[in-house]
Design a protein around this ligand. Structure first.
Ligand SMILES: Cc1cc2nc3c(=O)[nH]c(=O)nc-3n(C[C@H](O)[C@H](O)[C@H](O)COP(=O)(O)O)c2cc1C
Length: 159
């Protein structure tokens, strides 16, 4: 089975998670959607990963999904998000994936995220600091990657 893991990342966490996922799926091709547009005809299973900022997908992932909606509906698909918070999946899916694409996906999950303030620039840095302050004030845990979710995602994909 030919597998594509296509991802869009702003500060590297989604790229890192895409590589972690690909390690479980032998022969997978990894494509950075901010640099290249893959030809979906070449794959049997398509996984698309994106970072989440202000509730929305990375632009490159959002545009790719919308422009390839018809092709995606004809393939096995799965989606993962890298988001600081993993408990609002329903809302994230509703806001970011066309209903028919989401309904057909084998699995959609968040792998968590990282809040690297020093890697952010401009307004993103400001927002990242605000998120960190809010998390600490509410005594919540800082965002982190959940490797066990990545493993389970891979297991479900290959089942
Ligand atoms: C400016 C900014 C906005 C963010 N907005 C959200 C958000 O709306 N929801 C969320 O769960 N996480 C949010 N996060 C956390 C990111 O999803 C997390 O940092 C993720 O790992 C970023 O992935 P990337 O490094 O691939 O860009 C935000 C982070 C930043 C810096």
């Amino acid at each position: 089975m030919k597998i594509l893991v296509a991802y869009a990342s702003k500060s590297g966490t989604t790229a890192k998670c895409a590589k972690m996922l690909a390690e479980y799926l032998s022969g997978t091709e990894l494509v950075d959607l901010t640099k290249k547009t893959p030809n979906l005809d070449n794959y049997d299973l398509i996984v698309i990963g994106s970072s989440i900022r202000m509730g929305y997908l990375h632009k490159a992932a959002g545009v790719f999904i919308n422009e390839h909606r018809q092709q995606l509906l004809k393939k096995k698909t799965a989606f993962f998000f890298c988001s600081g918070f993993v408990n609002d999946m329903e809302q994230l899916i509703k806001e970011n994936l066309p209903d028919e694409v989401a309904e057909k996906a084998i699995i959609i999950d968040s792998f968590g995220g990282e809040l690297n303030i020093e890697k952010q620039k401009g307004i993103d840095k400001f927002v990242a600091k605000m998120i960190a302050q809010k998390v600490s004030k509410q005594q919540q845990l800082m965002p982190r990657i959940y490797p066990e979710r990545i493993k389970l995602f891979a297991v479900k994909l290959l089942a």
